[in-house]
Design a protein around this ligand. Structure first.
Ligand code: CAA
Length: 284
């Protein structure tokens, strides 16, 4: 199947980045948002990133305009009826995601269509089971910032059909130009199973007064050649996303390394979500 007609559910940090990647790859993209205000914010996010790509010499102005011309926003899920690939990138709430998959199942008419989730850590099988076509559901997990990070995790549930996994893997590599890797439907998949405990350890180090955030970050940048330290990275990922990923991993595995530190919960309670809210551990 040649995928041309795509959709993204949600245009927050990840949804906007994914929609941008699809549009830049020459695909027709519909972004589904909940209201006009969130649609305008999503569009602005994409426009800002495309402007940055032009400034950085990654894109010319004509390609930017073409990409913007391929993007449409809607608040009506029925507009997604003819889509061949839908990527859900709503907030990390299992009930919300399940109801989106149930709705997509009713609305998307093509029996060959593929329904994907960009969840960071939730079990794909639970979304698959909200549909009547679990074999056509899988995880397609991008990394933040999606237009820049080359990796995409392809997450097959125990029911994902092999041809669906293969179609999406080829699509991600050949059409989107990203590097796909295969992950099992296990908590945190590959990357977050390693990354989340690392970020939580850094927050615990800060919480215990062991070191300052600047020194923790400088340690990993200067000592291990990471592009950014773990406290800054947690701010970039979003402290809410870090918390939800940790909660979901901890709930399933009971691994103390995935237990969210109280400081992280309190930051999220306070609305200090990192880069996206203008303040997390640092100010932006
Ligand atoms: N579009 C296209 N390219 C862009 C761009 C845009 N909007 N913005 C920047 N770029 C390019 C730049 O041109 C540059 O490319 P070159 O290296 O080829 O020159 C590159 O991206 C880096 O950009 P900058 O130099 O402007 O920015 P920087 O050096 O400050 O890097 C960063 C910023 C890319 C965020 C870098 O710090 C980084 O990679 N940090 C780590 C990010 C990371 O680990 N992300 C994963 C988070 S985990 C996750 O997302 C999963 C989850 O489920 C929680």
């Amino acid at each position: 199947m040649s995928i041309q007609r795509t959709a993204v559910i949600g245009s927050g940090l990840m949804g906007a980045g994914i929609a941008e990647v699809l549009a830049k790859s020459g695909l027709d993209v519909i972004v589904r948002e909940i209201n006009e205000e969130t649609s305008a914010a999503g569009r602005a996010r994409i426009e800002k990133s495309l402007a940055r790509a032009v400034d950085k010499g990654k894109l010319d102005a004509a390609a930017r305009d073409e990409a913007l011309g391929r993007l449409r926003f809607t608040t009506d899920i029925n507009d997604l009826a003819d889509r061949q690939l839908v990527i859900e990138a709503a907030s990390e709430n299992e009930d919300i995601k399940k109801s989106i998959f149930a709705e997509l199942d009713k609305v998307v008419t093509d029996p060959e269509a593929i329904l994907a989730s960009n969840t960071s850590s939730m079990p794909i099988i639970r979304f698959a089971q909200s549909t009547s076509r679990p074999e056509r559901v899988l995880g397609v997990h991008f990394f933040n910032p999606a237009p820049v990070q080359p990796l995409v995790e392809i997450v097959s549930s125990v029911l994902t059909a092999e041809d669906v996994r293969d179609t999406v893997t080829t699509f991600v590599a050949d059409v989107l130009g990203k590097n796909p890797i295969q992950a099992d439907d296990r908590p945190g998949f590959i990357v977050n199973a390693l990354l989340i405990p690392y970020l939580l350890s850094a927050v615990r180090m800060l919480e215990s007064g062991f070191a300052t955030k600047e020194d923790i970050d400088a340690g990993m940048v200067g000592g291990c050649a990471h592009p950014m330290g773990p406290i800054k990275l947690a701010d970039l990922v979003g402290l809410d996303t870090c918390l939800y990923a940790a909660q979901s991993m901890y709930e399933e595995t009971g691994d103390p390394a995935a237990k969210p530190p109280i400081l992280l919960s309190r930051m999220v309670d306070a609305g200090l979500l990192g880069v996206k809210s203008g303040r997390g551990f640092y100010e932006y």
